[in-house]
Design a protein around this ligand. Structure first.
Ligand code: ADP
Ligand code: MG
Length: 309
C-alpha cells in the first residue's frame, strides 16, 4: 500500500473512532428508567460523574426515601445546602410564574391519592381538602429537569463533544450531532406505540413531556392520573393528553410542562405569549396538536400558535 493511502486509511479509522463512538449507560433511578449517551474523549468520565450526580440528587430529593433531605425537611428538620436553598427559591419563583399551577407542596395530596405506596385510590373530599392545606413538599415534577440542567454543567466542564440524556422521558440534548443535523425527538403517543410527531432541536435543549398516560390508575371505570390541579386537588382536567416544553433551562422546562398540563391550551398559550424562554406542543384530548411558532415539528398535522392573537 502506498504511504499516502495508508495515511488516509488511518485518518478514516481515527475519524470513525472519535466521531462515532459513544459511551452509553442505562440506569433505574427516581422511580424511572434513564439512559445516558455521551460522545467525546472524556465520555466515560462524564457518564460516571452524571451517574453519581443523579444518585446524589435522588438521595437528597426523594419524597419516599425517609433518609432523604426532603423527607427530613418534611418531618420538620430541614438541613439544606446553599445550592439546595437556591433551587427552592427558584421553584418558588417558577410556581408564582405559573400562578400556582406548579405547586411544589403537594406531598400530602399525592400521598392521599396513594401514588407513593402504589395503592392508588380516590380519596374522600375531606382527605383532599386536608391534604391541600398541608405544606410538605414533593419535587417529582421538577427534579429530573433540574438533574438535566446540572448534567449539562458537568458536560460543559468536561468538554465532551455531545450527549443525549433520557431522564425518564425528560430529554436533555447537549452539543451538535456529528453530521451537523438537528436532534430529532419523538413525542410519545399517549395510547402507546410510536410517536404523534417529532420535534427537531439544535444544540443544548431540554425537551420535557407531561402527560396523563405516564402514571395513572382506574377506579369504577374512570381513569385518574398523577398531575394534580392544586386548586381542586383532583387530577388536572384541562382537555389535554400531554404537553411538551422545549427550553434551554432544564428546571424551567420540567416545571412548565407540569404547569401547562394543569393550565390547558388557552392559559398555557397566554403564559407563552408573555414569555420568551420556551416553546410548547399541546396534544388535546380531541387528538388535535397545537404548537407555538418556534417549534420545528414534523410527522403530523398541527395548528401553529402565533405570538399575536
Ligand atoms: P413525570 O414526573 O411523570 O415525568 P411531571 O414532570 O409532569 O411528570 O411530574 C409529575 C409529578 O409531579 C407527579 O408525579 C407529582 O409528584 C408532582 N405533581 C403533580 N401535580 C403537580 C403540580 N400541579 N405541581 C407540582 N408538582 C406536581
Ligand atoms: Mg414536570
Amino acid at each position: 500500500m502506498r504511504r499516502w493511502m495508508c495515511l488516509i486509511l488511518i485518518c478514516l479509522l481515527l475519524a470513525g473512532c472519535t466521531g462515532q463512538k459513544s459511551v452509553r449507560k442505562e440506569l433505574f433511578l427516581m422511580d424511572t428508567v434513564m439512559d445516558l449517551q455521551i460522545w467525546g474523549k472524556d465520555a466515560q468520565t462524564a457518564v460516571n460523574r452524571i451517574d453519581a450526580l443523579l444518585r446524589q440528587l435522588d438521595s437528597r430529593w426523594s419524597a419516599t426515601n425517609p433518609d432523604s433531605a426532603l423527607s427530613k425537611a418534611n418531618a420538620g428538620a430541614p438541613a439544606w445546602t446553599a445550592e439546595e436553598q437556591a433551587l427552592l427559591k427558584r421553584l418558588e419563583e417558577l410556581s408564582q410564574r405559573t400562578d400556582g399551577a406548579f405547586n411544589p407542596c403537594l406531598y400530602a395530596l399525592i400521598d392521599a391519592w396513594g401514588f407513593y405506596e402504589d395503592a392508588q385510590h380516590v380519596p374522600t373530599q375531606q382527605e383532599i381538602d386536608a391534604a391541600l392545606s398541608d405544606g410538605r413538599m414533593d419535587l417529582g415534577g421538577a427534579i429530573k429537569g433540574y438533574a438535566g440542567q446540572q448534567a449539562v454543567e458537568l458536560l460543559e466542564e468536561l468538554n465532551v463533544d455531545r450527549a443525549i440524556l433520557n431522564l425518564g422521558g425528560n430529554i436533555q440534548t447537549y452539543g451538535s450531532k456529528p453530521d451537523g443535523s438537528a436532534w430529532q425527538i419523538g413525542i410519545q403517543n399517549p395510547d402507546g406505540g410510536g410517536n404523534i410527531g417529532v420535534v427537531s432541536v439544535e444544540g443544548t435543549m431540554s425537551v420535557v413531556t407531561s402527560g396523563d398516560y405516564q402514571r395513572y390508575f382506574e377506579q369504577d371505570g374512570k381513569r385518574y392520573h398523577h398531575i394534580f390541579d392544586p386548586e381542586t386537588g383532583w387530577p388536572a382536567a384541562s382537555g389535554l393528553r400531554s404537553v411538551t416544553v422545549l427550553c434551554r433551562d432544564g428546571l424551567t422546562a420540567d416545571v412548565l410542562s407540569t404547569a401547562l398540563f394543569v393550565m390547558g391550551l388557552e392559559e398555557g398559550t397566554a403564559l407563552w405569549r408573555q414569555s420568551h424562554d420556551f416553546e410548547a406542543v399541546f396534544l388535546l384530548e380531541s387528538g388535535e396538536i397545537w404548537a407555538t411558532d418556534g417549534v420545528v415539528l414534523s410527522g403530523c398535522d398541527y395548528e401553529v400558535i402565533e405570538r399575536e392573537e
